[in-house]
Unconditional design. Structure first.
Length: 109
């Protein structure tokens, strides 16, 4: 199981989890984020208490991954399989993302 924290600017919005390699994903909003006036991170992931579940990485997150030659360079440099979307997203964690949504390495207290 691999996890990533999802932030809206500097506020933790939720946790993205890959339960099995390449399959079975969940996204769950933090309770504090749900009770805030901040917007959902995506129209396809509206605020709700329960976890969202998917057999493949949610399109909102897979669209954050570079395409084409850029993806190839990243994957070759970091030795990540180009089909390991969660691995690529993990490698990009803690870097600059465009927009208000940021992905960060999970920090377990």
């Amino acid at each position: 199981m691999r996890t990533l924290d999802v932030y809206y600017n500097e506020t933790k919005a939720g946790v993205l989890t890959e339960l099995n390699p390449g399959a079975d994903y969940t996204f769950k909003y933090e309770l504090e984020y749900l009770s805030s006036d901040l917007p959902p991170i995506s129209a396809t992931l509206p605020k709700q208490e329960g976890a969202f579940e998917s057999d493949s990485l949610f399109p909102f997150f897979s669209n954050m991954i570079p395409e084409g030659a850029n993806r190839g360079v990243i994957c070759r440099t970091l030795r990540i399989d180009e089909k390991d979307f969660f691995g690529i997203l993990s490698a990009m964690a803690d870097t600059d993302f465009i927009g208000a949504i940021n992905i960060r390495t999970s920090r377990h207290d």
